[in-house]
Design a protein around this ligand. Structure first.
Ligand SMILES: C[S@@+](CC[C@H](N)C(=O)[O-])C[C@H]1O[C@@H](n2cnc3c(N)ncnc32)[C@H](O)[C@@H]1O
Length: 225
């Protein structure tokens, strides 16, 4: 395992990864799974599904990381019937298998999802991978800065490291690009609710909603096109 990465527990007893080079964790230390469900599954996927009566949903994630948002989305989709998910996730720095194996998410998800979690990490990049009949994942090693697509997306999971750690990811050029890649009435969800970020979103043209955050975080953001 690279010396700068360490698997650590969070307050809901699910694990996350600490990156000592950035001095940053992949999730909230107040609860990794709790945060993912609150921000991306409930404020993102479930909200959009209900508002749009299911149908096809295209998701773009900035930062696959541990694959937690993907597996929780798969779990949700097994409950929400009649939809087809295309989930594209960007990850320029994939985690090694020996780190993935130390994460304890398998004890939090339904047993039948265990092979699917393993498939998320063992499958190749740049290809469509069928995780379920109605859930297709495409992992790409592109950075947000270099990403382009003919696809248009319904939901963006903006799950990059914090603006204080990786300011280049949060810059207006990237958000303008994402805006163009989004369908009308689509949404972007993220754990970050900093004043500067909200101003940037508004400057790009988003409607910005501030929602209650998960434990340890006052607010999160859902931005609509
Ligand atoms: C906060 S972590 C991701 C958390 C992830 N969604 C999860 O559930 O584990 C941020 C991720 O963004 C990735 N990343 C770093 N630079 C990036 C870039 N320029 N474009 C896209 N992703 C990037 C990192 O490698 C890391 O996996």
């Amino acid at each position: 395992m690279p010396a700068h990465l360490k698997v650590i527990p969070t307050n809901d007893s699910s694990t996350t990864i600490y990156n000592s080079k950035l001095k940053e964790t992949y999730h909230s230390i107040n609860g990794a799974i709790t945060e993912s469900i609150h921000v991306y599954i409930n404020a993102g996927l479930k909200y959009f599904y209900i508002k749009n009566n299911g149908n096809k949903i295209k998701i773009l994630e900035i930062g696959l990381g541990t694959g937690l948002n993907v597996i929780l989305s798969v779990q949700k989709i097994m409950q929400l019937k009649n939809t087809l998910i295309h989930f594209t996730s960007l990850e320029p720095f994939p985690l090694a298998q020996n780190i993935i194996k130390q994460l304890n998410y398998l004890s939090f998800i339904e047993k039948k999802l265990i092979p699917i979690f393993n498939k998320i990490h063992s499958s190749s990049f740049e290809n469509n991978i069928e995780l379920l009949e109605n859930f297709i994942l495409k992992k790409t090693m592109k950075k947000i800065e270099n990403f382009s697509s003919k696809e248009k997306y319904d939901i963006i999971f903006f799950d990059a490291f914090a603006p204080s750690k990786q300011p280049e990811i949060w810059k207006i050029e990237n958000l303008k690009k994402l805006y163009k890649l989004m369908k009308s009435k689509s949404i972007l969800v993220t754990y970050c609710a900093s004043g500067q970020f909200k101003r940037t979103l508004k400057e790009v043209g988003f409607d910005v909603e501030v929602l209650e955050g998960p434990p340890g975080k006052k607010e999160i953001v859902r931005a609509s096109k």
